[in-house]
Design a protein around this ligand. Sequence first.
Ligand code: ADP
Ligand code: MG
Length: 701
Amino acid sequence: MPLDLNTDIKFVNGVGPRKATLLNSDFKIFTVEDFIKHYPYRYIDRSKFYQISELNGNMPYVQIKGKIVNFEKQKTKSKNILTAKFIDATGSLDLVWFKGEKWILENTRVGVEYIVFGKPNVFNNRLTISHPEIEEIEKHDSGLNASLQGQYNTSEKMKDSFLHSKAIQKIQQFVLKELYGKIPETLPQYMIEKLGLMPINETFLNIHFPKNADLLAKAQSRIKFEELFFIQLNILKQKYSLNLNSKGFILKKGNDNYTAKLFNQIPFNLTGAQIRVLQEIRKDVTSGKQMNRLLQGDVGSGKTLVALLSMLMAIDNGFQACIMAPTEILAQQHLITMTEAAKGLGLNIKLLTGSTKKSERTIIHNELLSGELQILIGTHALIEDIVVFKNLGFVVIDEQHRFGVAQRARLWKKNILPPHMLVMTATPIPRTLAMTVYGDLEVSVIDELPPGRKPVKTLHFFDSSRLKVHGFMRKQIEEGRQIYIVYPLIMESETLDYKYLDEGLEAITQAFPAPKYVTTVVHGRMKPKEKEYGMRLFVNGNAHIMVATTVIEVGVNVPNASVMIIESAERFGLSQLHQLRGRVGRGADQSYCILMSGNKLSDDAKKRLETMVSTSDGFEIAEIDMHLRGPGDIEGTQQSGVPFELKLADLVRDTKLLQYTRDIAEKILNHDPDLSKPNNLLLIKQLTKIANAKENWGKIS
Ligand code: ADP
Ligand code: MG
């Protein structure tokens, strides 16, 4: 049976059912196609032969030619060791095996010329290569004449079953000899020609058996291009069809009753960025299409006001609006801020959360149905089925990464037409990632802080300097400032973490005794009532210090709080540290963020703390975060449905290529929005294939 891409891997020569099972389980390789997409992770130049006299223990893998002079067997308690003395014209070294001696002795002979490949080491002053690859010069087949030889990832189990890198290479060689010239092209001919891409058959050949570095680079860039291009094409095509199909309410300009009134009573000027974003939103909501927009802006950049003004555009046109927040505290904060900002406008604004009383709930449900209630602020409680609006025109979702796409969709269902959606996040997402993850959203950015803000001074102290920090806190309190102290809380060790918080609280109340100092506590295990009480005390200026877990992360806005102390700062992620720091620096006074840590820091932790000290630019921090953690771990990407199993492309490193593929995808869709032209047939075929694969994976996992 001739091979094709869909052939089950177990039917390939040299594989068989047992090895196939390992390939299935360890690398998700099921078909020949999966197998040839198992690319080498690095390449070794096998065109070069070293002389033994040139070798030292620091060299990577090398290749030498020579003969075995003798074998020597050694028995220790635990192992049999086989050593062969190997010589060339310049010297000698030892080849060593710790297992498989029988096979070696049967298949290797003294006096025959061999090519030996392996990593030189020095052991007891003697140059050795353990478990070398060894091949008779006579039978040496330089792998489709490749000079660069691929090294393949394997697992321990695979190595035990003789599926080591070399064996995989042999199978690749066999498969590619069979398939060469028959692998169907995945990109239209016009793209290959115009973009100067390597054709697919050449690509697979050269990624596994590159004849030279230049051809390898061309093969790699074709594969990377394709990986990123189809992601972009997929997202953009969805976006195009959404734009084409999704009608939205028209929020006409001119009916600007509330909007104008609010504008007139704002006690400051909007920043240029706020105005620009409002214009972008205005353009969307008057277009007749439904808006789906992501608003990114650092903490304190004034997103809330933008949200309120946008919601008023809907209210001015007779619609209702809602804003959904990830926590009760944040929802409450929004209620306070918005009620305050809209004072005197006569708007009906209410709060719905898990702890809203039944009687209040009933009122809210009724007022929503009648249309009396204009703005509803809340948490997840908003998406319960019982919550039905008369005519919901505008939805704001704050801190989107905590809400799944599915939850967003549930809000749409309650309407004849989907409401306009503004998704806000203070977690700046690197541009490349935003392009990939939120590709179906338009992106607006507030990249300017309101004037007069003093950047927060960030300092890092080791735990041993605690007394100094206490002194600094006293001085700040004397000057009338308030202070946050935040403790980490990580799920696995919740009990332990609360202990830290309790101990910390004890130490603080000792160093800052009542009644002179008032300390309040807020953490996730408190009853909502207690939590609110603790919070209020601080918000109203009646407590000097708030000891808390990260529940305050996105919650509070206390302009008088000017010091944020983060305990065990090394245990927080960068974006979380940045968020926490954003809680201070909201008033006119100089604010401080103090990062406390132990003395022993991992390299990553060190980098995180250094980054915090050196910059307050959220986008820069997000970039560094992505470099440290990899794109798959950045908040918001998990629910995105973007396949992050990119094999060669890298969303961190290949930024330029990503932009390039996006531009190409855009150009193609501009000419052919549904890809129905004959020369784009291959593209549709490929997208369908990707969609099916994703669906199957969804079913499996
Ligand atoms: P975000 O939600 O982006 O973190 P907020 O909307 O809470 O930021 O704004 C932070 C603070 O800045 C609020 O007290 C708000 O009233 C104030 N603010 C917003 N826009 C401006 C502006 N243009 N000029 C001065 N202060 C502003
Ligand atoms: Mg906010």
